[in-house]
Design a protein around this ligand. Sequence first.
Ligand code: DX5
Ligand code: ZN
Length: 224
Amino acid sequence: MPEMPATPAVCPSLMSADPLRLGEQVSALLDAGARVFHVDVMDGWFVPNLMLGTETTRGVAGLARPRGGRVDVHLMVESPREAIGWYAPHADMISVHVEADPHPHQLLSEIREAGCLAGLAINPGTPVEMVLPLVERLDYVNCMGVNPGFSGQSFIPETLGRLGALRDLLPPRVAVQVDGGIGPANIADARAFGADLLVSASAIFGADDPVASYADLAERVASA
Ligand code: DX5
Ligand code: ZN
């Protein structure tokens, strides 16, 4: 089982990377110190969008892993059970949505059995207490800051309180991830409320200089 990456960590979300320059952008972010690359997987059913397949994930893993980078796969799909097996060879961490399947205990065990850290993702409308019965099988909780499906959405402000509640509910070994709407205006707050893994897509890749934007976010987290 891989170790949890060093935290706090800013995790570039590759759904907003330039698909024709993906390798170049991942390499530049590795040079800048990024070590956790967030790969959003969307099936057009659980969320209204289609995103990042196994071959792209394999390519990112091949580039990032030899340099100490990790691949964090966020499954936003209606049938996560099958997808775990498809993505696990190219992933170090996999999160599944508690809303997607009535048997999250089994899914989390299958993620670990597949050799990855197990994450549970929760939508903004899902009570944080849902994670409690699953704590023993969890390595991280992905607390969504937006309703999943698209990058560039506004951060839902109640998420900060949810991060704090999760940090209080969870043992220290379970990392808290925040995903969606994170940028320079709120990343320090998200860190201060307890987020260990801070995912960002549009704030990094929507900038003229993604590396400079990543470095700025990492600096804000380090001094939060
Ligand atoms: C949203 C995805 C996020 C997304 C974040 O459904 O899960 O990972 O890439 O995008 P931003 O940072 O632009 O909100
Ligand atoms: Zn995501």
